[in-house]
Design a protein around this ligand. Structure first.
Ligand code: CUA
Length: 342
């Protein structure tokens, strides 16, 4: 019956154990408020006609309500409010307390993607694989700004905050694919920060884990290093240099201080640059990341607008690694706060 009601009310499909609890409270609140509106509205219309002024200068009787009716009018709404509170609080405690046997998944938000890592398994970008009928605990953090992890079909939503971990959990009830949305405005491509939860049957899940484990050890360690709040910048920088070479950064950017088609990487981090819109910015991690994702909007004055976007071409860890690499190319005078370029 819930499925039908959900269709009528345009609610998303229910695909977790929590979804039904949230919807039941929602229906209860909507039913009570609709019924009360109906009663109050009908009474208002009835009184409007029944007690209308029939003769000029007619006044109405002064009515003193009995304590009993006053009591009824106060206690009835109070009972409903308290019931909502009790149910709501019970559900809040339910979703705040992951079961002890829950499977852990680390979730990292960054502009503009979701990264998932399993402590003893594979990792993925934008697609979260989970088994059905098994509680999953999400440990959520962010690499840059505040994001928010939202799966409408599961009725769960939790902020991803840089520098700290938040948690929530769910138990998916049926195999299928469900949308993940970012619900905290986080910059230019916030609306494109989408993902999917793929819920697999227990058999399909075992298959998938086996598949992923083949030669995935290095991947997994990289993912965990990237997720820890104190990653290993030296190792990341090393990877970053490799990735930068692979994707062709050095065709346009030198590391010897000579500007080429694009600005040189040497001394770029921390430098003050004038953009072609006249704005002065100090080059930091966020700016470098944004320049890779949306180069046209972050063009340094005096350079042609020819850089392609790397959105979707670089994974989260790859982007972070390139940023770390560029950070190692600081020139000594940058540390004193002076500009390295004229
Ligand atoms: Cu991430 Cu909005």
């Amino acid at each position: 019956m819930n499925e039908l009601l959900n269709k009528i009310l345009f609610l998303p499909e229910q695909a977790s154990t929590f979804a039904e609890r949230v919807d039941n409270l929602h229906y209860f609140v909507v039913a009570v408020t609709m019924l009360s509106s109906l009663v109050v509205g009908t009474a208002a219309v009835f009184f409007f006609f029944r007690y209308r002024r029939r003769k000029p200068n007619q006044t109405t009787e002064y009515v003193v309500p009995s304590v009993k009716t006053e009591f009824l009018f106060v206690s009835l709404p109070l009972i409903f409010f308290l019931t909502w509170f009790v149910i709501g609080f019970r559900d809040f405690v339910f979703v705040s307390t992951p079961p002890k046997d829950a499977m852990d998944v680390y979730v990292m938000g960054k502009q503009w993607m979701w990264k998932f890592s399993y402590p003893e398994g594979p990792n993925g970008v934008n697609v979260l694989h989970v088994p059905a009928n098994r509680p999953v605990r999400l440990l959520i953090t962010s690499r840059d700004v505040i994001h928010s992890f939202f799966v409408p079909a599961f009725r769960i939503k939790m902020d991803a905050v840089p520098g700290r971990y938040t948690q929530t959990w769910f138990e998916a009830t049926k195999p299928g694919t469900y949308q993940i949305l970012c619900t905290e405005y986080c910059g230019l491509s916030h609306s494109k920060m989408l993902g999917e939860v793929v819920v697999l049957s227990p058999e399909a899940w075992d298959e998938w884990v086996k598949e992923q484990r083949k030669g995935n050890l290095q991947n997994r360690q990289d993912a965990l290093a990237d997720l820890s709040l104190a990653p290993h910048p030296a190792r990341m920088a090393e990877q970053g240099q490799k990735v930068a070479a692979e994707v062709g950064c050095f065709k346009c950017h030198t590391v010897n201080g000579e500007p080429h088609i694009g600005p040189t990487f040497l001394g770029m981090y921390g430098r003050t640059e004038t953009l072609d819109n006249g704005q002065n910015i100090r080059v930091d991690e966020a700016w470098i990341t944004q320049s890779m994702m949306d180069p046209g909007a972050h063009l340094v004055a005096g350079f042609p607008n020819v850089m392609p976007t790397f959105q979707g071409k670089l994974t989260g860890p790859q982007t972070a690694a390139i940023v770390e690499y560029i950070k190692t190319l600081r020139t000594p005078d940058i540390r004193t706060g002076a500009s390295s370029q004229g």
